[in-house]
Design a protein around this ligand. Structure first.
Ligand code: ATP
Ligand code: MG
Length: 297
């Protein structure tokens, strides 16, 4: 198992040019989704024909409010069950119903748009609980096995290392309820790494974060990729997408309507239409996604 406490560089640039169309093939996809549908009454909240996520990249999932981004995350991470569809994660086809804990054991974790830290527990206990809940006492990974007899100490050691990496070690014994919104996002990200995931899915990691903490959070997201993980994150702020995303996938009304580099996506007429309604003039090549208002879409 990889030691996610050390840093290694992974290539960002694809060896082959990747076609920037919805559902395009990737040279080494870690995740492949086919025919995924989630219907709420008459509303198709998710209707994804085909999507591939490239390993070791940071992929941004963007789209207007209600596009289906969170529902898609829920389906991929076992928090909801699709009406139809298959997911292949790192070569294995996932069962139609799969629990989030099973997926965490397999190497896929997510964080939430609204953080889920347990406010009445100290930071360090939140970290430890993460791994125990997700992996269960019988499934603690190889990572902890050499010290089986002192598993608790081994888990705590990993938690402390991660807290140090996220510069939260001085808060280890504080109640999570005393942390700021940004610090809770950091805690949630750190906790998600307790299970040594290969794919980390972050739903609006910057939402509600004090601007003073934004750069540090962004640095940590980039750090996950540098440690060999694959990251998918939902984001509304195009400046953030430009800064850290290798690739952008755009959802609207449940479907993937565009894919491409951040630059290409911000000039894509279909994407602009999805955000601004159907009033955009296709002949105006200079139109870009609105960047004033801090680039917030
Ligand atoms: N449990 C549910 N029951 C009924 N409708 C739902 C449910 N969850 C989501 N929806 C609907 O599905 C659509 C997609 O919602 P979703 O939360 O996935 O969008 P989103 O892209 O994450 O939006 P935002 O950017 O606002 O977070 C919306 O129309 C929403 O109202
Ligand atoms: Mg959402």
């Amino acid at each position: 198992m990889t030691d996610t406490t050390t840093t290694e560089e992974y290539p960002r640039e694809p060896t082959d040019p990747i076609e920037a169309t919805p559902g395009s093939s990737k040279p080494d996809p870690i995740l492949r989704v086919d025919g995924m549908v989630r219907q709420f009454g008459g509303l198709k909240a998710v209707d994804v024909d085909h999507l591939e996520i490239q390993r070791h990249w940071i992929t941004a999932l963007i789209g207007p409010n209600g596009a289906g981004k969170t529902t898609f995350f829920n389906l991929l991470t076992g928090f909801d069950t699709p009406n139809a569809g298959t997911v292949v994660f790192d070569g294995d086809t996932l069962p139609k119903r799969v629990s989030p804990n099973q997926l965490a054991r397999d190497g896929m974790v997510r964080t939430f748009q609204l953080t889920k830290s347990l406010t009445r527990l100290p930071v360090i206990e939140n970290m430890k609980l993460g791994v125990k809940e997700q992996l269960g006492e019988h499934f603690l990974p190889a990572l902890f096995k050499p010290a089986w007899a002192s598993q608790e100490a081994s888990i705590e050691e990993r938690a402390d290392k991660l807290l140090a990496r996220f510069k939260m070690d001085h808060m280890r014994d504080e109640f999570a309820g005393t942390l700021s919104g940004g610090q809770r996002k950091l805690l949630e990200m750190a906790r998600s790494l307790m299970t040594d995931p290969r794919l980390v899915m972050l739903d609006e990691p910057m939402a509600g974060v004090n601007p003073a903490l934004t750069q540090s959070l962004l640095g940590h997201v980039v750090g996950l990729r540098d440690l060999g993980m694959t990251v998918i994150f939902v984001e509304h702020d195009m400046d953030v997408v430009h800064e850290i995303a290798d690739w952008v996938v755009v959802m609207a009304e449940g479907q993937i309507i565009a894919e491409g580099t951040p630059d290409a996506i911000s000039k894509n007429a279909k994407v602009i239409d999805a955000y601004l309604g159907a009033h955009h003039d296709d002949t105006d090549d200079d139109t870009e996604l609105p960047a004033d208002d801090g680039g917030h879409l």
